[in-house]
Design a protein around this ligand. Structure first.
Ligand code: NOJ
Length: 738
């Protein structure tokens, strides 16, 4: 654990080694730096929040505009729109050196166009669609004065009690890494500096998703191997994709706050990974090192944060009020300050703000981009792809023409704001298509009636009799149930993951009437809903799908879009199983038969298996997997083996299947999980069509972080598994690494 200790002596400073353009900018950066006073340098490291508040208010702030004019602010978060950003930028341009501000915002799943929440998008396993969604968000943000989004959140999340699983890509490191790269590229486009690209920010560095007991802002205790194997790779993928910034994190890791963690920020990020962008703290996280008991006061916290590699202070005012003094006292070397300032100025130059500080604040472009009539199609496309079909008894779905009377029941059937999901920039519920509206538009001559039945929360069951009465006339009942949008995101950890309020009671009362029930579940996390899973005739997990949600759901219900989503997270049966991922270990006492668990690694009151496994999701068609071959039974460390098989659409509808490659290292120096995802392909096939699918196996897929944190592939046997879900393996082979 000593590697995680706070290491004040370790300075890895900013160097631009890359292209000619980089060094040209570096020269310009230095020319500005030479003109700056110490006070002005520290000013660049200070970030203030504007009107929107996304954290505890800091009452130390006195005169924000005056601070900007004095050159004491480098960036503002929570200011948006051409009008406001222009006004505030104009104040910055009155400062002595006229250094432009960076405007940043949490553009998490869309700016004007509201996309599905990130966890939902991850269920699409469609990297192009995810990139396209981030790109629209960037184009809209960049047209309205924003230079920088605090996204993507690339924290691996294996605890659905943690409300922030909604903002990430789920539980898997491999899938999460690919999605991290896709989102970074979507936000930043081909290069920064264009007017349709904004800086991305990989957050929260690191391991925030492993907060103990799923409680937000909590401590993290993690082995170095877990950190390297599971939690760091998506951040590395973001660096490789060219991410401009990082945000550190509220949590401690093995006792050291991430914000004051030299090992993470200097040794790994700026050292080993050679990250040339800058690191912003999380909201007040420099100051929070005081209540954590890691720093005595804000001055000590500033010393520890800047030393550890936190370049910009979001909302603690710790740097602003202490760094000048710390440098004067010789406690902080000026080189450290210069390094942080260089990193920030570099990005300002790269964006083109020194040439035109108002480049992103153009009223004409703002109007045009916000009224782009094609963006909603991008949102609809990914909304459809994000829906996961969990159950479909007797092919109830897609709904057939014979279905004439549909009764829609539940508190989310007409919901609009909830469909948008948490953490959006501009809620415009007039644009949102509810499930009910989507159905009305699609259902043709069928009669659609609606009964709410109950609220999302609360105990009122007075609407039940009307719901049960309405069901008598129904050919099919569609129940829209779930969480409200405020129940996921930051500061929304839940200890109970069942449906809030009396929704389960409503479901049971309706189901007892004996009609076929399709449950459409909406939430930003995996919920626990065992009776619904057992008793519904069909289930769609529809997350929060954004403004096109109702149309997307109706298209899936009617088969205009054949569902292809796969779960990016394990769905537990009980809270007691959490944390639960598909990456479980065999243990020395594996359960072979759930009826025989004495002295086995099991629960006496619950199964080990999840309700729905990672990678699970049905289609209206079916797929067969046959004829697995390996190009060779073994390979050397620099060799490659091709794994091939035939995928066939054996059903009656065209559809897409996400074929998944898992492997297990059968005997290793450090015990490996039963399965780890190593590759996948999303394959579209017409009814009856087949295709040979090939995965290439090389050392990287076989390797893992050993005790010495070396990424090694150990000679021996590996089990290669191909399937439709982590618990639905269709083909298997053994490979030997020589
Ligand atoms: C705190 C959150 O943890 C972070 O993700 C967000 O970007 C900042 N607040 C700014 O709103």
């Amino acid at each position: 654990m000593k590697k995680l200790l706070y290491l004040p002596a370790l300075f890895i400073l900013f160097q631009h080694t890359a292209s000619g353009q980089d060094s040209k900018i570096a020269v310009r950066v230095d020319s500005v730096l030479k003109l700056m006073t110490l006070q002005e340098k520290v000013g660049q490291l200070n970030q203030y929040s504007g009107r929107v508040v996304t954290g505890p208010v800091n009452d130390q702030k006195t005169n924000m505009l005056n601070d900007i004019q004095q050159g004491n602010v480098g960036s503002m978060l929570n200011v948006k729109g051409v009008k406001d950003t222009r006004e505030i930028q104009a104040v910055a341009l009155k400062s002595r050196l006229k250094i432009p501000l960076l405007f940043s915002l949490d553009v998490i799943h869309g700016y004007k166009t509201v996309f599905p929440v990130p966890l939902a998008e991850a269920a699409s396993w469609d990297l192009d669609a995810i990139r396209a969604s981030a790109h629209v968000a960037a184009r809209e943000s960049a047209a309205s004065g924003i230079h920088w989004t605090f996204a993507p959140m690339v924290d691996v999340g294996r605890d659905p009690r943690w409300g922030r699983v909604m903002e990430g890509a789920g539980e898997d490191t491999y899938l999460g890494s690919l999605i991290a790269a896709a989102r970074v590229k979507g936000f930043q486009g081909d290069h920064l500096g264009g007017t349709d690209a904004i800086m991305a920010c990989a957050k929260h560095f690191a391991a925030y998703g492993a907060a103990i007991a799923g409680r937000d802002y909590n401590a993290v205790d993690l082995s170095d191997q877990q950190l390297w194997q599971t939690y760091l790779p998506p951040f590395k993928a973001a660096v490789d994709a060219g991410v401009a910034t990082f945000m550190n994190s509220f949590n401690t890791i093995n006792g050291v706050p991430a914000t004051g963690n030299s090992y993470l920020q200097r040794t790994i990020l700026k050292g080993k990974w050679n990250f040339n962008g800058f690191v912003v703290s999380d909201w007040g996280s420099i100051g929070e090192m005081v209540p954590w008991g890691f720093a005595t006061d804000l001055k000590d916290a500033s010393l520890k944060a800047i030393t550890a590699g936190s370049d910009m202070d979001m909302e603690s005012l710790a740097y602003k009020n202490n760094l000048v003094q710390l440098v004067k006292e010789g406690q902080v070397k000026i080189e450290l300050i210069d390094d942080a300032v260089r990193r920030i100025l570099y990005q300002k130059f790269l964006l083109g703000l020194f040439d035109d500080p108002y480049k992103f604040s153009d009223a004409g472009r703002e109007k045009k981009v916000m009224n782009d009539k094609t963006s909603y199609l991008v949102a609809r496309d990914i909304a459809q792809k994000s829906i996961v079909l969990l159950k479909n008894t007797k092919e109830l779905l897609p709904l057939q023409k014979a279905v004439k009377n549909i009764v829609v029941i539940g508190p989310l059937a007409k919901a609009k704001r909830d469909l948008e999901g948490g953490w959006i920039v501009e809620s415009d519920t007039t644009k949102v298509i509810s499930l009910y509206e989507g159905l009305l538009a699609r259902a043709g001559k069928a009669n659609i009636s609606f009964i709410k039945g109950c609220d999302i929360s609360g105990t009122d069951q007075s609407g039940f009799p009307a719901a049960v009465a309405a069901v008598q006339q129904a050919d099919v009942v569609i129940m829209a149930l779930g969480e409200s949008f405020e129940m996921t995101g930051e500061a929304t950890s839940r200890a109970d993951l069942s449906l809030p309020g009396v929704q389960m009671e409503l479901f049971k009362a309706v189901k007892a009437a004996g009609k076929p029930v399709v449950s459409v579940l909406m939430a930003g996390r995996p919920m626990i809903f065992n009776e619904i899973a057992e008793q519904s005739d069909a289930i769609l997990y529809a997350w929060y799908l954004g403004e096109q949600g109702g149309t997307a759901i109706a298209n899936v219900l009617y088969g205009d879009y054949n569902p292809s989503g796969k779960l990016p997270s394990t769905f537990p049966r009980s809270v007691g199983q959490i944390p639960l991922s598909y990456q479980v270990y065999n243990t020395g006492r594996p359960v072979k038969n759930p009826k025989d668990i004495k002295y086995k690694s099991a629960y006496i009151d619950e199964l080990n298996s999840p309700r729905y496994a990672f990678g699970y999701g049905l289609s209206y068609t079916s797929f067969s997997y046959t004829g697995l071959t390996l190009s060779a039974p073994d390979m050397t460390q620099d060799g490659k083996v091709q794994l091939s098989f035939t995928l066939k659409n054996t059903g009656k509808y065209a559809g897409a299947e996400v074929v998944q490659l898992y492997l297990r290292d059968l005997v290793s120096t450090v015990v490996r999980p039963l399965k780890e995802l190593k590759d996948f392909q999303k394959v579209m096939l017409k009814a009856g069509e087949s295709k040979v699918i090939t995965f290439s196996i090389s050392k990287e897929k076989l390797a893992y972080y050993n005790h010495d944190l070396n990424f090694v592939a150990e000679p021996g046997f590996f089990s290669l598994m191909v399937g439709s879900a982590s618990d639905d393996i269709r083909l298997e082979a053994k490979l030997e690494l020589k």
